[in-house]
Design a protein around this ligand. Structure first.
Ligand SMILES: [Zn+2]
Length: 411
């Protein structure tokens, strides 16, 4: 097993052009005395929409590490993979996020459930357990989650086979589902993962509230933090009780930019002396747009062209993300109107500064999911990003550093 560091940041890079600028952000953290591992996560869905393959992400990471001389920890994350998609990622990744959300609620064999509940009956009376469990709750959680855990174990073993060893980090995600897992259910899930021999180091449960793409958390912040704190205690307790890796931590699939949560999460992990994995992706792509718009001229024209295409292809670009965005179309400016804006106006509408009256979260969400239109622009986008590299890189670095790393990891 490859052991993940206490703090890690999933930076995802839709088009593989910003890895060096992202490394610059974790370098700043190191200069400030905080080590943050960088993880380039990309899912099968993102690859399809962006017109890339796992080899591209692997190569982009290797090149950026070499270019920047980064000697800190780094990973390439096969994000949200399962049995049907793992193979294409395996050669290029050392971090695997096994997504078994689709298997939740599909019951395992009755004998397996009976064996599990019998084996773990003592959890009901366990001392110091951070969430209460009685026999009925153990049984109910096993019925709901045991099959998903079996699928996780199957996928984990397949990765070991493909990698010819276990030189990787295992994350288990159950976030893309409708109903949040309770802390008590998380205990059952972790017990089952331990039984199945999965050395889980990061677990991404579904949390309460809405994690819309590229914009802030929508929900009760205090309630979220209470839930998060309970989950942190569960993970710590389970690592000890079930002999899971000591590096086990929570992973938060944020959809980027959950600014109202970061300081609270940071306070909890420091107080509990534990780590966290924060997964972002689209926030960097949005900074590519900001950097292009800030550059003016043909850069600004390209940002406007992307907006127009995303606006015109609204139904198509929104479809894969309909569960994780809330766009009020009436609040989207028309592409004709945006064409009349100058660079600073477009930058202000997209850049995530909530105190700025011009910031438009609807437009930002549309840009976030609109990256698919770049696939049909081909080389032109890559050339523009290269030409305006200075502005794009600066925005990518500042965004990760000031708006994500500082509030979360430094406080
Ligand atoms: Zn996720």
């Amino acid at each position: 097993m490859k052991t993940i560091e206490r703090y890690s940041l999933g930076t995802g890079d839709r088009f593989g052009r910003q890895c060096a600028a992202q490394i610059a952000a974790v370098k700043k953290a190191r200069e400030a005395g905080i080590d943050v591992a960088i993880v380039w996560n990309k899912s099968h869905r993102e690859h399809l929409l962006a017109g890339t393959v796992p080899a591209d992400q692997g190569a982009a990471a290797v090149q950026a590490v070499r270019e920047t001389g980064w000697d800190g920890p780094w990973y390439v994350d096969a994000d949200h993979i399962g049995m049907t998609t793992v193979e294409r990622f395996a050669p290029y990744c050392n971090f695997f996020t096994i997504d078994v959300a689709d298997f939740i609620g599909k019951s395992a064999a009755p004998e397996a459930i009976a064996a599990f509940t019998a084996k773990h009956a003592d959890l009901a009376a366990a001392k110091g357990i951070p969430a209460r469990l009685d026999a009925a709750a153990i049984q109910a959680a096993a019925e709901r989650y045991l099959h998903a855990v079996e699928e996780t174990a199957k996928t984990y073993r397949r990765i070991c086979e493909l990698r010819k060893g276990d030189d990787f980090v295992t994350e288990v995600s159950m976030d893309e589902t409708a109903i949040p897992q309770t802390p008590a259910e998380l205990i059952v899930i972790l017990a089952a993962l331990a039984d199945a021999g999965v050395p889980v180091q990061a677990i991404a449960p579904k949390y309460s509230g809405r994690f819309n793409k590229g914009v802030d958390y929508v929900g009760d912040v205090a309630a979220f933090l209470k839930e998060f704190e309970a989950d942190v205690r569960v993970a710590k307790w389970c690592a000890e009780a079930f002999g899971l890796p000591k590096s086990l931590k929570l992973s938060i699939h944020t959809g980027s930019d959950k600014f109202s949560l970061y300081r609270g999460i940071g306070r909890i992990i420091r107080q509990e002396e534990t780590g966290v994995h924060l997964k972002t992706a689209g926030t960097t792509w949005l900074e590519e747009i900001v950097g292009l718009a800030e550059s003016g001229g043909d850069g600004l024209a390209m940002a406007k062209e992307i907006y127009r295409a995303a606006y015109d292809r609204f139904a198509e670009v929104v479809a894969p993300y309909v569960e994780v965005i809330d766009i009020d179309q009436k609040k989207l400016p028309s592409p004709d109107e945006v064409d009349r804006w100058d660079g600073p106006a477009l930058v202000a509408a997209v850049r995530h500064v909530q105190t700025d009256q011009r910031f438009n979260p609807m437009m930002r969400q549309l840009f976030h999911v609109g990256f698919a239109v770049v696939a049909s622009m081909g080389q032109r986008f890559y050339e523009a990003v290269e030409k305006h590299k200075a502005a794009v890189s600066r925005n990518v670095t500042v965004n990760l550093w000031e708006r994500h790393i500082v509030p979360l990891f430094i406080g």
